[in-house]
Design a binder for this molecule. Structure first.
Ligand SMILES: NC(=O)c1ccc[n+]([C@@H]2O[C@H](COP(=O)([O-])OP(=O)(O)OC[C@H]3O[C@@H](n4cnc5c(N)ncnc54)[C@H](O)[C@@H]3O)[C@@H](O)[C@H]2O)c1
Length: 336
């Protein structure tokens, strides 16, 4: 079977590429990525020699490139990880988020419809459900929750989800959607909480924490997310949405303190800064549907996963340094 994986040079997509290319030697995977600032070719360079893998540099908004690629490759499956993914950037430049996340998804949907793929999978987020109050720990997001977005990022992801469901209903496109909670693990761009904290703590720099650090996120190891996506793509029911969560709710402050403790750094490095506008209070996911239907479960506890992740960043400080200096932009050189 032939797979198109978009956004495969980013954090979650690159972890997915390593997982599936190695797990399924008889399947063929094309990774398409525009290599925006968040795309890092170093994340997937090691896959270059694999016979069941190819990288294509390209933008999901580029209708002609996408049409030519689908025409040439005749994909069976499409998995769309490509997105603008940072909430803070969406507050500065909302239009870019609508263009990439909604219009880019529609370019892929149109090509999937035209060339008749067996399955289109949209990688979405729990942020489409909005947030939950801090004082109601009994409440969790299920797939039945209405969409109720807060940021231009989550609104653009919700817009994409609605288009995916519209193509399923109107054009009978075989689709699935996964909505996952906050991921952590190797190769996460150092703009997101966990790699920022690790990188700054290692250099004894001040660590900015929004507001009082009370916002709660449900953390999942990126590997557990990707195993779930793979299960949905292969065995999930057409037209269905599946939630994925880590059963690991932590306040941002708890996460920061855990990392500082693990690295032997003082809490005095923490600096509380003005809160993000519209900051979602709490996300918590009920993933019982995928647990029951597909027998998925997380394999990492937060305690195990965060230790392994911290070690990865400690042992791969060159990876972060290359991002800081901009050197990572030179990792991709076009080869014929
Ligand atoms: N990070 C999380 O915690 C989380 C949680 C749930 C869902 N998600 C979703 O998972 C997906 C991947 O997230 P991530 O954290 O790996 O993001 P990321 O920002 O690390 O990676 C995004 C990738 O998409 C590529 N890209 C961006 N615009 C593109 C375009 N126009 N054409 C082609 N490629 C483009 C980038 O170059 C980059 O490689 C996103 O759809 C995101 O919404 C993320």
């Amino acid at each position: 079977m032939k797979y198109l994986v978009t956004g495969g040079a980013g954090f979650i997509g690159s972890n997915y590429m390593h997982y599936v290319v190695n797990k399924y030697p008889n399947d063929y995977f094309v990774c398409l990525d525009a290599l925006t600032y968040a795309g890092n070719y170093n994340n997937i360079k090691a896959l270059e020699e694999k016979p069941n893998y190819k990288f294509v540099k390209g933008d999901i908004r580029d209708t002609i490139l996408i049409d030519n690629l689908f025409n040439e490759e005749k994909f069976d499956y499409v998995i769309n990880f490509a997105a603008e993914s940072h909430v803070d950037n969406s507050i500065k430049n909302p239009n870019l988020f609508a263009e990439t996340n909604i219009l880019g998804t529609m370019v892929l949907l149109n090509a999937s419809k035209k060339y008749g793929v067996k399955r289109y999978h949209q990688v979405s987020t729990d942020e489409v459900y909005g947030d939950l109050p801090l004082d109601r720990p009994d409440l969790l997001f299920t797939e039945e929750n209405p969409i109720h977005t807060s940021s231009p990022y989550s609104a653009s992801k919700a817009g994409a989800d609605l288009q995916v469901l519209a193509y399923a209903r109107t054009f009978k496109l075989p689709v699935t959607i996964s909505r996952c909670s906050n991921n952590y693990g190797p190769y996460q761009f150092p703009e997101k909480l966990i790699p920022v904290v690790i990188s700054k703590a290692l250099n004894d720099e001040r660590i900015p924490v929004y507001g009082k650090g009370e916002n709660v996120r449900d953390w999942i190891h990126v590997h557990d997310h990707n195993v779930g996506v793979d299960m949905i793509v292969r065995n999930g029911k057409e037209g269905e949405i599946y939630n994925l969560g880590g059963h690991s709710e932590r306040t941002n402050l708890e996460v920061v303190k855990t990392i500082l403790k693990e690295l032997g750094k003082p809490e005095s490095l923490i600096e509380f800064v003005t809160d993000r506008p519209g900051h979602d209070l709490r996300y918590a996911i009920d993933s019982s549907k995928i647990e029951k239907e597909l027998n998925w479960n997380r394999t990492y506890t937060f305690e195990e996963g965060i230790k392994e992740t911290i070690n990865w960043y400690v042992n791969n400080q060159d990876w972060i340094d290359d991002i800081k200096t901009g050197e990572y932009k030179k990792a991709y050189t076009y080869k014929r």
